[in-house]
Each structure stands twice: as C-alpha cells, then as structure tokens.
Design a binder for this molecule. Sequence first.
Ligand code: ADP
Length: 500
Amino acid sequence: IFAFIASFVYLLGFFGIDFVHSLILRQSTDLWNSEDEEENEALLRKEDARKIPCGQALDCSVTSAPIISAQKVVDEKPVKLTTEEDEEIIKAIVAGTTPSYSLESKLGDCKRAASIRREALGRITGKSLLGLPLDGFDYESILGQCCEMPIGYVQIPVGIAGPLLLNGKEYSVPMATTEGCLVASTNRGCKAIHLSGGASSVLLKDGMTRAPVIRFGTAKRAVDLKFYLEDPENFETLAVVFNRSSRFARLQGIKCVIAGKNLYLRFTCSTGDAMGMNMISKGVQNVLDFLQTDFPDMDVIGISGNLCSDKKPAAVNWIEGRGKSVVCEAIIKGDVVRKVLKTSVESLVELNMLKNLTGSAMAGALGGFNAHASNIVSAVYIATGQDPAQNIESSHCITMMEAVNEGNDLHISVTMPSIEVGTVGGGTQLASQSACLNLLGVKGASQESPGANSRRLATVVAGAVLAGELSLMSALAAGQLVKSHMKYNRSSKDVSKTSS
Ligand code: ADP
C-alpha cells in the first residue's frame, strides 16, 4: 500500500503537476509556439549572439535570435506577429535588396517602417533591442526633419527646477537629464534666487553666424572682395539680396578674414524665433550667387568654413558672440547664503576667484570660466528640442562673484555670449519638446514680435545657469559635493546585475 501511494504521488509530481502548471501558467500569447517557448527565451537572453555578419546580403532562412519588442517584456502584453507582407519586406531588407532608408516612402506609414526596420536590424545583428521602446512615439513628426531611419526612441526623464524668478516672472525650468543631483541642485539655486528677490537677465546681442570660405587665384583678389564687402555703400544691396531668403532673416554684418588667397566671410543675421542655421545658410547662398557676377574668379570652397563657428570650441564665438549673448545677475542675501546654500559670501567669492577664474586660466580655458554651465544648458536644450551639439559654444560662460553691501551679500553674474536657441524649427515642434517650451511660455513663433520667444528662452537658459552655478559653487565651498552625489547620483542597485 505504501509503495502504491508513493508511486502515485511520484507520478502526480512528474506529469500531473506539470500538466496543471502548464494549464494555469501558460499565457495566451500568439508570440511563442509552445515547443519553441523555452528555446526562444534562451535565445533572447543571448544578447551577444551575433549569428550573421552585419550589413551583408543575407539569407533570411538562417534563424537568428528573435527580437522581442520592449512592450512584450516591459508591459507583459502580447505582441502581434508580423504579417506575411511585413515578413517579406523584412527578408528583403536583411538580404539587402530593399534599402532600409526607403521604408517610409515605400510604405507611407512611418510607424510600420520603424517597426520593420527594427525587426530587420535585430535579425542582421543578432542583438536584442529589449528596452528601447517603439510604441508611444509619433514617427510622422520626425520625417524629413529630425531623424532618419528610426527604430525607436530613448527615454530621458524630465525634472523641474524652479520657480526661477527672472525679470519679475516665474519660470518652471524643464531639465532632461540622467545625472542625479543636477535638478535638485539647480532647484536649490532657484530657491536662493527667489528668496533674494529674483535675478535679472539682459540680452546684449542676437545674431546667428555662418562663414563660407572662398578661394581666389591671388591674395590681391581676395582682398578686393574684402574691401568691396566692407564698403558701407554696398551693404544695402547685399542686405536686400540676403534678406530674400526669409521673412525673418535680417543681415546685420559681414566680417571678412583673410588667410593668404582665401577669404572667410562671417555673416551675422537675426533669425526671428528660429535658431537660424538653415535660414542663414540660404541667405549666404543668395549673396554668394550674387557676388559671382562681379567676382567670377571666386571659388566657393564651402558654405561653412569653420569661422562660423558651429559646434566646435572656438574663440570667435567667445569673443564676438553667436546666437544670443546674455548677461544675468542677482544679489543673494547673506542670510540666504548661510541658511539655504549653507556657506558664506566670503567662501563663495574666494572659491570663484580661485576656481572659475584662476583655475580655468591655468587650464587654458576657452569660455570655460564657470563651474558647470554645460550641465544646465544641455539638460534644458534636450528638454526643449534645441540642438544638443550646440551645447559646446552655448555653454561658454564666465561666472563672477563679488561681496556687496559691506560684504554682507553676494553679487553673482553669468555672462554667456553664444546661446543658440530657437522656439520654431528643428526638434522644437516635437510633442514632448513643444510641451516643455509651452511650460516656459515660449512655444512656437511669438505673435507679438518675431524673435521674442527665442530671446526669452535664452534669458531663461542664462537664469537657470545662474541658479546652477550658485548651488554647485555653494556645495563645493561647503564641502557637500561628494556627500550629495553619494545620496542622489549613486545607484544602490547592483550594477553587475544590470549589465548581465
Ligand atoms: P533653423 O533656421 O533654425 O534651422 P528652420 O529654417 O528650419 O530653422 O525653421 C524656421 C522656419 O519657421 C522658417 O521656415 C520660417 O519661415 C518659419 N517661421 C515661422 N515663424 C517664425 C518666426 N517667428 N521666427 C523665425 N522663423 C519662423
């Protein structure tokens, strides 16, 4: 009897429980075939299993690791199988007979194009795209403007710093970042500014630049054109030609620089609410075409000759400015320095002199006379759809600190000569970025005065930088930096598990 009962229990364990388990636990998903389920899961985890060399014409019949969409794993929802028609397209892309870039125009459905491209990429590389979401993004909105050959989108959290009291108005500043502490620190700076009566920000200059390089047969001919362009009598005509490019582009000046028989023309113009690179390029092209009549021997080597200077560290932007030049200042009360910033006016002034001025001079800095302007600039740029690559010159900043009111209070200022921002064009029209611009009250084109929104955005960027400088410098002066970073910027998770 004992042996019989024991055998029954054993059999139940072997078949019965397994059967019951499979009935209860099997999900009604059409993604996996039951016999393939375990195998597929195992394959999925083999992230580095590159089965097929990338970029070659490939035979799709070779099985590769299945690519599962983020939704299946993250949301635990079933994912639709690709249709037969999609499957054919995927195979054609993997085989190299259909170019991936043509999907949008061929299918007329950007989301479907992204999904097919992603599936094909997974098969070609054998890499998992798990975690990179596909759903929840409007792929039509980036077509022909913001990004080619999309396969998904990267999520960056947006934090809020503020209210920033600037020129008598309160702003909640959106910051897209994955650096812990940054938003909290900027927020603390905003608080100190608010409690001290606010900051004020002034726009000194507003002009985007573009500098083509032109070669002549002799230096003499290059100088001829330089003198022609610098003659005030010719400016009117050139401005009319230039301004035809857009209702908003208005030529301000042309600075000519000679290098042997090569001539660099640094055009400067206002661009309304656009950051303006496209606009100015069109205007410059108009002028170059016009000049060919009187200077047929000029050879335009490139519409950008790097004297512009776009997305590269260069003294010309630091000295002459590019985009919006802004100065922003505040007087922080001694009490606030002590209670909110946990330091003293004296320590801040000394640290600023030795770090931001002397230390940066010793480092041979170019526009880097600040503690971390680029942190704030980048985070605000990403949140509001600016070109993050322009962070390079947009972060040029000198931070000054001085004890005022008999040494009781702190005067702090940031001077930023090349903040390149726009509220129309580029990434500003995308839904999330547009929402952040809306939060600041600078979304789209200004109805009252073209350019007012982008100029206001530039002053907000400078104001947020002021807050960031104030807070980080205080943390450094008080020796809090490492402590707060341990709290907010260090994951308590086991990183080795994440990487596996
Ligand atoms: P960018 O020059 O910054 O690359 P684009 O030229 O791509 O930007 O986008 C600017 C577009 O927006 C132009 O077509 C311009 O005519 C239009 N636009 C509408 N309103 C404004 C405005 N207030 N300021 C500037 N451009 C505007």
